[in-house]
Design a protein around this ligand. Sequence first.
Ligand code: SAM
Length: 265
Amino acid sequence: MSTRPRLFVPTDLMAGSPVALDESQSKYLFKVMRLNVGQEVRVFNGRDGEWLARVHEILGKSAGILKVETQLREQGILTDLHLLFAPLKKTRTDFVVEKATELGVEVLQPVMTEYTQSDRVRVDRLEKLTMEAAEQTERLNMPRVLQPLHLIKAIEALPSDRRVYFCDERGDSEEEDWGGDDNRARPMADVLNEHKKGTAAVLVGPEGGFSPQERKMLRKMEGIYPVSLGPRILRAETAAVAALTLFQALCGDWRAAADGSGVDE
Ligand code: SAM
């Protein structure tokens, strides 16, 4: 793994093109990392792979220009995984967004559910978090953070062939009318092992869980798979990390890396 600093930049990348650095990037490279003219940086923009660039000019402490040289990695194939999550308290939402980026999620969709307590989502702030996480995690792209949608609208907006793994902590209840033999939430690993391939989304609820009405409604929708993450009730952020990890290990790019089939973000 390279120790050269790595930056997300919005500009197109090709050999010889200049990259103007903004204030925070310049501060990071020239004040924190103490780079000088001629030193190497890695840059990516989510479209053109990763490139080697060199510091071309330092314009004071808050501006500078890089010059792009050669491509280090091609953009490659994406793991097509979405996370639908109910916004939590600020630091917990931040945690979910950061970990989902590390775990290779492509789209982050905040969903408003009956028991969601946090009614405000700052998409621009979450985008900044995804950028920082993508830089440090060696991803070649950043997940897209979408505007919040009502739960059912968010699911209806998905293409019909995208499977939704609905993490339902009380989905195996015998007594409740959403549970029983037919509707039972099955262990997520068992369900994933039956699927293996295909596009997917993980759905995780708020601190208060899903309402009985939501549970019943979700079970009536096409392509929704109620799944369990074991006998303990996890915090929402733990559930998100656990479900994404299981998906990547059983169906996603952790397998592809082990198979040598070259999936690379
Ligand atoms: N207040 C709820 C209760 O006591 O039943 C718990 C909600 S839990 C903190 C938040 C979310 O994490 C749930 O809506 C679900 O999506 C997910 N979750 C937590 N534990 C889970 C489990 N064992 N299986 C599946 N999903 C789980």
